[in-house]
Design a protein around this ligand. Sequence first.
Ligand code: FES
Length: 168
Amino acid sequence: MTEETIHKILSRYPHRRSALLPLLHLCQQEAGYLTDEALRLLSKRLGLSPTQVVEVVTFYDMFHLKPGGQREIWVCHNLSCSLLGAEKVVRRFEEALGIGAGETTQDGLFRLKRVECLAACGIAPVVQVGAEYYGPVSPQDVAQFVERLRAQSAVSNQGSAFLPKADG
Ligand code: FES
């Protein structure tokens, strides 16, 4: 991240500390996770203690302190999704990927996570991959869903044009 980028983002906020979230996102976009170096830099530039920075990072599911899968598969397991079968969906993903929730596949391509409400309860059970939402996802859909993700990753990392999309 360049000094110019940091300056530009800082200029949008009356208090430097308010720029923490956008700067964390940028740092993570660049390295794939939040490096110690990035956390030190933000702590210094925003006038926050290292503890304050880590408190924010660990509060949010979308930030990572270790390198992980290139793509994150998030399965909502909150109330609406649970009532409509999210646990079975999670189990099918675990089987299809050969990992448990919270883990990364051996090839480093995917990380599976259980997450709280994705604010798309109307299409529960909901799965999110990158910026795309999918739902309702049935346990029967999962094996094919993973196959498509793998094929897509093998071809390129661009978009998700041929994945099933959420109806709503
Ligand atoms: S409970 Fe799953 S999206 Fe809201």
